[in-house]
Design a protein around this ligand. Structure first.
Ligand SMILES: [Zn+2]
Length: 307
């Protein structure tokens, strides 16, 4: 600055005018860079906050849509947006949540140019759509049907009730009791999608079924214990199963074609041998996986951020 001052004081005429003009240009440039950077950063934070808010709110749309707006607002607040800066709304069918945020920001250098502040607006939308592909499914093939909330469904039949030697067990990633047991316990590690035609696991698989289900039920340490009416998301008792149709055959020649996915909360597993069966309560649920509007709506969804 001393050098500049020296020039301004010492030099007359053209040089001073040139320098003065340069200072104005430099100031304008500084205003542009500093304020644009500040606005960019603020806007990016607002976008993140509204995105995370609509994603969190959308998690409520299947089971608890009346709670979706509150959840969205609290996530927005956690991420630095105040109540009066944000607005959220649901669509008519409770399948999407839209969020907007608006903030007036004070500018620094642009004041020199007479611009005191700027208004930043952001918009985001998240929606749910039927699940069409999933990892971690439990190897019970359940016949497709329009299940109702809270309905108790037999996920795996006892040997005495099955037809042609298939009782609901699916062969995923290999055959035999150990593979099947691990799939019941942890969910199948591969991806299953609509249209897949899966080999069935013939036979009752009574022991591996009981072991696997007992493992899941035992790992629910929630208080009160989870049930179809009240459960903690992510509880091991919640099973994502493929729904589908059976292509006729005898025993292992039967095939199970996947037409959708549904979620059940394992309630009861009873008996051994021919009496061994697993019951679950149908729930509406949101999980991770691929969602698509073209999928049939069986009450199990994944969340997508729109655009
Ligand atoms: Zn639980």
């Amino acid at each position: 600055m001393a050098v500049i001052r020296k020039f301004l004081l010492d030099e007359e005429g053209a040089v001073s005018v040139l320098l003065a003009a340069a200072m104005v240009a430099l100031t304008g440039f500084a205003a542009l860079v500093t304020d644009a950077g500040f606005m960019y950063l603020t806007r990016a934070r607002m976008v993140n906050a509204v995105d995370s808010a609509v994603l969190a709110g959308a998690q409520e749309l299947a089971g608890n849509p009346e709670n979706a707006l509150n959840v969205a607002v609290s996530y927005a607040e956690m991420n630095g947006l105040s109540d009066d800066e944000v607005s959220f709304s649901l669509d008519d069918g409770n399948t999407s949540i839209t969020g907007t945020a608006s903030r007036r920001v004070d500018l620094f250098f642009a004041r020199i140019l007479g611009i005191e502040n700027a208004v930043l607006d952001v918009y985001s939308k998240a929606r749910i759509a039927p699940l069409v592909a999933a990892k971690g499914v439990v190897p019970f093939g359940v016949l497709e049907a329009d299940y109702t909330l809270g309905e108790e469904v037999i996920l795996k039949q006892g040997g005495g009730e099955g037809s042609c030697g298939w009782f609901g067990a699916l062969r995923l990633g290999g055959n035999g009791g150990n593979v099947y047991r691990d799939n019941v316990k942890y969910g199948y590690s591969g991806t299953i999608e609509i249209g897949d035609v899966i080999d069935v696991e013939p036979g009752n698989m009574s022991g591996p079924t009981s072991d696997g289900v007992a493992y899941r039920v035992g790992r629910c340490d929630h208080v009160p214990e989870c049930s179809g009416n009240s459960y903690v998301e992510g509880c091991p008792r919640i099973c994502i199963v493929p729904l589908g149709v059976v292509h006729e055959g005898v025993g292992s020649q039967q095939r199970f074609e996947v037409t959708g996915f549904a979620a059940f909360l394992i309630g009861e597993y009873v008996g051994s041998g021919n009496e061994n069966k697993v019951k679950g309560t149908f729930i509406k649920y949101i999980t991770s996986g691929t969602a698509d509007d073209k999928g049939t709506d069986f009450g199990l969804y994944a969340v997508q951020l729109c655009e």
